[in-house]
Ligand binder design. Structure first.
Ligand SMILES: CC(C)(COP(=O)(O)OP(=O)(O)OC[C@H]1O[C@@H](n2cnc3c(N)ncnc32)[C@H](O)[C@@H]1OP(=O)(O)O)[C@@H](O)C(=O)NCCC(=O)NCCS
Length: 189
């Protein structure tokens, strides 16, 4: 995979860019919110040190080319409102898993659709991916709607795949193929 450190993507309302140590407070605000973390694979953060450790881990992933995590900055006020990322790259199969989260105050305005539209285009073009997959809790209806609006196909259910703070949950797998994405674009990138 190519070096990820300099990845920056821009749309009408958003600037996607690597996280920085100075994002710790904004990131903590997003990922300490139980509403945001309701269907996450780990409990809400309770200490700023978790935000700092997360940023350090993501920056190490960028440098190693094992993960591409980008902060979602709203251009109107330069506020970091969430993150989106590729991880679990499988180079030979040219696939990766996508993840995303947004501050509750920013839900319902089409921001994640806008962010993931850019991330997906980047994945299928610059990164050369053939398949992007997502693993979500079947009860996470807003996440399912978001993926389906982006063209992801519902592919399967893995039972009792996660246990988070004692709560057992299933995984719904979604996939988007490069050829499906190209067809939906009418051959245009
Ligand atoms: C899932 C999540 C990322 C969705 O974020 P979002 O920005 O609301 O999602 P979208 O970009 O798809 O926005 C679509 C919503 O905005 C509305 N909207 C308003 N203006 C819009 C615009 N200009 N463009 C598109 N949609 C717009 C749509 O009608 C839609 O509403 P609906 O969900 O009630 O149908 C967000 O709810 C979240 O962070 N949840 C917690 C974390 C999480 O669960 N992450 C996924 C774990 S796998």
């Amino acid at each position: 995979m190519p070096a990820f450190e300099r990845t920056e993507l821009n749309s009408a309302r958003l600037h996607l860019r690597p996280l920085a140590a100075t994002d710790a407070q904004s990131l903590f605000t997003v990922y300490s919110d139980p509403a945001v973390m309701r269907y996450w694979s780990s409990p809400p953060w309770t200490a700023m040190s978790e935000a700092e450790a997360h940023i350090a881990e993501e920056l190490a992933g960028l440098a190693a080319g094992t993960g591409l995590a980008l902060g979602i900055e709203r251009t109107s006020d330069h506020q970091l409102i969430g993150t989106c990322q590729y991880h679990l790259f499988h180079e030979q199969s040219r696939r990766a898993e996508i993840g995303y989260g947004l501050a509750k105050s920013a839900w319902g305005q089409g921001f994640m659709h806008e962010a993931l539209t850019m991330l997906i285009r980047h994945g299928f073009t610059a990164l050369g991916l053939n398949r992007i997959e997502a693993d979500i809790d079947p009860r996470n209806l807003s996440s399912a709607r978001c993926l389906e609006r982006l063209g992801f196909a519902k592919e399967g259910l893995l039972r009792e795949r996660w246990i988070v703070a004692g709560e057992v949950s299933d995984s719904r797998l979604y996939g988007l193929l490069r050829r499906d994405w190209l067809a939906a674009l009418g051959g245009q990138q």
